[in-house]
Design a protein around this ligand. Structure first.
Ligand code: ATP
Length: 288
């Protein structure tokens, strides 16, 4: 399957990429003993573009998403959204940004409050923004239908739904405030292959219809190839390669990206054996 083509209009109204991260540094731990999780990472996401972020566990993918969302402090560099510096936004200004930047997490079981009805879960971001109850209920019904769930599920609880249905509910919750960017942090990793395909198709369709941009965090090259226009590869807190989705996931240039491709599972046993042999050969090679 061909990787999606980058959208023609990838700049925001201000002629800027929608999101720009420049030399972003994030450190965990104490000031005296910091553990640097991002080393001057730079990345741009255009309007209507899906940029994939791949890399092994602990490479810093989620940390970059969290830095954009303001969930971890940024120790260096700059993040701008639609030309506006959002690096250190806090309080009210940060909360207001939630209408533009939303997130969908990996775990469809943990991310929805089991004590709340689907209607209340989806209406929460709207009532926080001051929308009336009647209007919120109307929008929620519309969003549920948008993710192919009947509006009648509005009074039911998360426990009554499958993993794939819950992830569609989480996507609907992200969409209610009509964001321009959604950070998708491993949104299909917890789902079986068929359900993964359904949710990915839904995300592609929503992007086509609304022009929303995605930062799509995943460890699965097959998944990012299917949905992303461009793909960035992270290794130990560094962004080591970024390029066209098809090229990076099939013919990567950086030695670490080549290792990642060699280690990624494929359905064909012969190809899998060849990949494994390549991976074993590359494993000892130092990453540049
Ligand atoms: N809250 C935290 N406190 C301390 N260190 C953290 C914290 N969160 C992440 N780290 C560290 O930062 C580094 C990057 O972690 P991050 O979760 O961003 O990686 P990742 O690529 O998203 O991994 P995964 O695919 O497993 O989610 C790792 O070394 C991790 O141990």
């Amino acid at each position: 399957m061909q990787a999606p083509q980058a959208p023609a209009a990838s700049q925001s109204a201000h002629g800027e990429p929608l999101l720009r991260a420049e030399n972003v540094v994030v450190e965990y731990g104490s000031k005296r003993k910091p553990n640097r999780a991002l080393h001057e990472v730079s990345l741009e996401i255009g309007a209507g573009e899906c940029v994939g972020l791949v890399g092994e566990s602990g490479s810093g993918k989620s940390t970059l998403g969290k830095a954009i969302l303001g969930l971890v402090p940024v120790a260096g560099g700059r993040i701008s959204f639609d030309g506006r510096d959002i690096t250190h936004l806090k309080g009210r200004s940060r909360r207001d940004l939630a209408s533009d930047i939303q997130v969908v997490f990996q775990d469809p079981y943990g991310s929805l409050n089991p004590m709340m009805t689907i209607g209340d879960i989806l209406a929460e971001p709207l009532s926080t923004a001051g929308t009336s109850r009647a209007e919120a209920r109307r929008i929620v019904g519309e969003m549920l239908e948008r993710v192919n769930l009947p509006a009648s599920v509005i009074d039911r609880y998360p426990s009554e739904f499958s993993g794939g249905q819950r992830q569609r509910i989480a996507i609907a919750r992200a969409l209610v405030r009509k964001p321009r960017l959604i950070i998708c942090d491993e949104p299909v990793s917890a789902l079986d292959l068929t359900t993964q395909a359904t949710v990915l198709d839904l995300l592609i369709e929503l992007q086509r219809d609304t022009g929303v941009s995605y930062l799509f965090v995943s460890h699965d090259l097959g998944v990012v190839r299917r949905i992303c226009h461009r793909v960035a590869v992270m290794y130990r807190g560094n962004l080591v390669e970024i390029g066209d989705g098809e090229q990076v996931t099939r013919d990567p240039q950086h030695p670490y990206s080549q290792r990642l491709l060699a280690a990624s599972p494929v359905a064909d046993p012969a190809l899998q054996a060849q990949r494994r042999a390549e991976w074993l050969a590359l494993r000892e090679a130092p990453a540049a």
